[in-house]
Design a protein around this ligand. Structure first.
Ligand code: MG
Ligand code: ZN
Length: 221
């Protein structure tokens, strides 16, 4: 019985996801859904992306968090339109919540929408929000075993970011062990080694985003 209920919610959610997708398409917006554990550096990455992209594209952000507006405040300081979704303890965003957030954003003035999901490596991977691309954010301090232990993030991500590479000297982190399951599960998924502290690798990842934006015909508004 419980499984039936969950399936119904997912089905309803997927219809709303299609509605979100349609709205974004009509507005010519390319969207990215960033998924990663708490502390993997999703917000720091967003700030670096805004820094690198905002002279070329108009960015909008949806911040998913359990309770606070801390991350949204950091984004707001950059001048980028941001809507906070507080899930009130819920461990992922769903299409309904994102649909409501879309109503609050100035969509006519956005080329690129970035969604920061709730810090969680597991269930956000199962929810279609209507986004174009899921991006998995992992980091060195989390350990080299994460792709192997959480294969679903590898499977659903169109790109994987390995953040905090400036921490490599301080952690026992075997890159071979990290890359091996990715190559097995998603051999064509690009992995970007970045540091939001030193900015190393940020431009490579941003260039991947730009290539996806251009692929969809986003020319900037
Ligand atoms: Mg954050
Ligand atoms: Zn969840």
């Amino acid at each position: 019985m419980e499984i039936k209920v969950i399936r119904k919610i997912l089905e309803a959610g997927s219809k709303v996801a299609e509605t979100n997708r349609k709205i974004l398409k009509e507005k010519g917006i390319i969207s990215f859904n960033f998924i990663g554990a708490p502390g993997s550096g999703k917000t720091s990455l967003l700030l670096r992306i805004i820094e690198a992209l905002s002279d070329k594209y108009k960015i909008g952000v949806i911040e998913g968090d359990l309770a606070t507006t801390k991350d949204a405040e950091l984004i707001h300081e950059t001048g980028v339109p941001v809507v906070q979704i507080n899930t009130d303890g819920g461990c992922h965003l769903d299409a309904n919540l994102v649909g409501k957030a879309l109503e609050e954003l100035p969509l006519d003035r956005i080329d690129v929408l970035i969604i920061e999901n709730v810090g969680n490596l597991v269930c956000p991977t199962a929810f279609d929000l209507g986004e174009d691309y899921k991006v998995g954010v992992l980091s060195v301090p989390e350990g080299d075993d994460k792709p192997e232990k959480y294969p679903v993030i590898v499977k659903v991500s169109k790109a994987i970011v390995l953040n905090k590479i400036d921490m490599l000297p301080y952690f026992r982190f075997d890159k071979e062990k990290f890359y091996q399951p990715i190559k097995r599960i998603s051999p064509n998924t690009p992995v970007f080694e970045v540091s939001c502290e030193t900015k190393e690798g940020i431009s490579s990842f941003v260039n991947w985003m730009i290539s996806k934006i251009n692929q969809k015909g986003g020319e900037g508004k």
